[in-house]
Design a protein around this ligand. Structure first.
Ligand code: MSP
Length: 588
């Protein structure tokens, strides 16, 4: 067995996330009294009930012109983790909205190409996105479709209000339009290229590489340029409005370099699949204006006068991919400012999944079917991988081998293995160790035990800080860092040898080791619920943590706060069947 000091140094060095510890030992009952005292004084960082309105999270709504891919899955999973985190904190009325974006040229053309009516195409394809949201266990509260009548009414009202306030005018509009991106580009943002497949000359967007076509038409415009100063002032006063900060810097740069008014309708002769401009059926509302309003539709817009504060708007966090930050961080806030509506509190942007360093995209065809991935790695295997390696500021390359490696190292050999090594042996009784430890009946802990305890005491706060910063990836790093450290502690303390030297029915130093390992699994299990809802629930069942909200809440992730667990709630099966993370089938 290693010496305590040597081992402490090794464990410290092995976890880069550890902060220096300077707390002295206090028995558990005293620590709890202290915790309750802090709570009464409002010192703790947990936030149940802090929000006056339900916490509101949104995903972008998905175009239904093609099937979903892993990039879409990623966006939904990120948003779902944020919502489930709120549930864990006790904000039981938190809401998650997802859905489909069903209007626009892209859908109109896709339907034409398939010989279907646009409505039939939408009805069929929206189901695949709904199935994806269900298959990935997204706890969405509503699945919105922009072809729903309530949404159309909300958009018409929104338009009329913009018009009423003088923000809409008609003018001739000329520019390069990309159907794929559903946006106009200025001449400076396009370039001539050759289509690699056919050798045909074409004009494409420099940013997205998508083909553009010249368009010259009379349509309605929104006075976006009038909002340049207000937007810059808002960004300045709310430096965390867009996370991560690199996207904030990009947006500030774009807005600082000047804003042009925005074309917000197309002639119905060209685009018929959309919402008609109120009072002018010769024009169809621009699909992005239509789509952005979906976030308000679910919140009950148009709000009856005087009742704005009774609704869930503004969104607390809107998750979007980096390709659509311009729409969410410039146009959307400007529209809302024009109507004096509150702005979303945060936009969380993420980078893209790539395949061989090219963006995974349905128009390029290099997509991974998320349903196959879920079937292969299990939904929680996928959720874990997406949350752990998902691109935030830089794109990430997607590869089945990366998923399998993450699964094996973090879940199978880490969390899963430690759980079964803790629960299988009959040489110690987890329930007894829990009760001795929480009632202060164990002898004084060693320095090493103390370090593990303090690491676990720090963990929930570290995770919470990252979740407050909308950084689930870092939060998960902390949890898995703790799991890895405890697995080293398990190995190094060799409790199976200790059990030979002591009477397992009497409180002894073995109790500290088993209790610390059990606590690590229990605390990790609680904190992992937003990330891997099914596996975390099973882990807590295996540990015998009561299936109550109270015992599985963020507050319960406090070290030593649960005095009576340790007897599994489910039968611990033998072999592959009984393991938390069974070996993967082949993944090549
Ligand atoms: N319909 C618009 C959004 C309107 S929201 C008012 C749209 N739809 S989309 O289907 O093209 O994209 C939906 C989301 O998926 C976007 O956030 C986009 O960034 C994301 N992704 C699409 N491809 C992706 C990757 N390759 N990687 C990660 N996310 C990706 O845009």
């Amino acid at each position: 067995m290693m010496l305590g000091a040597e081992l402490s140094a090794l464990l410290r060095a092995s976890n880069p996330l550890r902060r220096p510890i300077s707390r002295s030992w206090t028995c558990l009952p005293c620590r709890h009294a202290n915790y309750r005292f802090q709570q009464r004084r409002g010192i703790t960082t947990s936030t149940p009930g802090d929000h006056k309105k339900p916490y509101y999270v949104t995903t972008p709504i998905f175009y239904v012109n093609a099937a979903p891919h892993v990039g879409h899955l990623y966006t939904i999973v990120l948003a779902d983790i944020l919502k489930r985190w709120q549930l864990l904190l006790g904000n039981t009325d938190a809401k998650l909205l997802t859905g489909t974006d069903e209007h626009g040229m892209k859908i109109q053309q896709a339907a034409e190409a398939q010989g279907m009516t646009p409505q039939a195409l939408c009805d069929t394809n929206c189901q695949t996105f709904k199935s994806l949201a269900t298959a990935c266990n997204a706890s969405y509260d509503h699945f919105i479709r922009t072809t729903e009548e309530t949404h159309k009414e909300a958009v018409r009202h929104f338009w009329e209000m913009l018009q009423h306030r003088g923000y809409i005018y008609t003018a001739k509009h000329e520019g390069w339009y990309s159907v794929s991106d559903e946006t106009f580009y200025p001449a400076s943002a396009v370039q001539p290229t050759l289509d690699p497949a056919t050798g045909r000359k074409r004009i494409t967007s420099i940013e997205t590489g998508k083909e553009v076509e010249w368009s010259s038409e009379e349509n309605y415009h929104f006075r976006l340029s009038a909002f340049q100063d207000r937007l810059l002032e808002y960004y300045d006063k709310n430096p965390d409005f867009i996370r991560p900060n690199t996207y904030m810097r990009q947006i500030v740069q774009v807005v600082s370099s000047g804003l042009q008014d925005l074309s917000i309708s197309r002639p119905s002769t060209r685009l018929s699949w959309g919402i008609g401009v109120p009072g002018d059926e010769t024009q169809t509302i621009y699909v992005w204006l239509d789509a952005l309003v979906n976030y308000l539709t679910y919140a009950g817009y148009p709000f009856p006068p005087g009742q704005e504060s009774r609704h869930i708007w503004p969104a607390d966090v809107q998750v979007v991919g980096k390709d659509i930050i311009r729409f969410h961080c410039i146009y959307w806030p400007a529209f809302l400012m024009a109507l004096d509506l509150p702005l979303p509190r945060n936009i969380l942007a993420h980078a893209h999944w790539t395949i061989n360093h090219a963006k995974m995209s349905k128009s390029t065809g290099n997509v991974v079917n998320p349903m196959f991935a879920i079937e292969r790695f299990g939904i929680d295997g996928m959720r874990y991988f997406l949350a752990r390696d998902g691109p935030m500021t830089n794109d990430s390359d997607y590869d089945n081998h990366f998923i399998a490696e993450r699964y094996k190292k973090g879940l199978q050999w880490g969390l899963g293995n430690t759980t079964s090594r803790l629960l299988r042996p009959r040489r110690w009784k987890v329930g007894k160790c829990v009760s001795w430890a929480t009632q202060g009946q164990l002898p004084e802990e060693t320095d090493l035990d103390m370090e593990q305890r303090e690491m676990l005491e720090d963990l929930p706060e570290q995770v919470q800080i990252e979740m407050d910063n909308l950084n689930p990836r870092k939060a998960l790093d902390h949890i898995m860092g703790a799991v890895a450290q405890i697995s080293k502690y398990f190995q190094a303390t060799e409790p199976w040898n200790m059990a030979d030297r002591v009477d397992p029915d009497q409180p002894s130093e073995l109790g500290h080791v088993i209790f610390n390992i059990a606590e690590s699994q229990r605390i990790a299990g609680i904190l992992l619920q937003p990330f891997m809802p099914e596996k975390a629930a099973r882990l807590l069942d295996m540990l015998g943590v009561a299936r109550t909200t109270e015992k599985r809440s963020f507050k319960a992730a406090t070290y030593g706060s649960d005095r009576d667990y340790g007897i599994p709630l489910i039968k611990l099966g033998r072999g592959v069947e009984g393991t938390l993370f069974p070996p993967l089938m082949t993944y090549d």
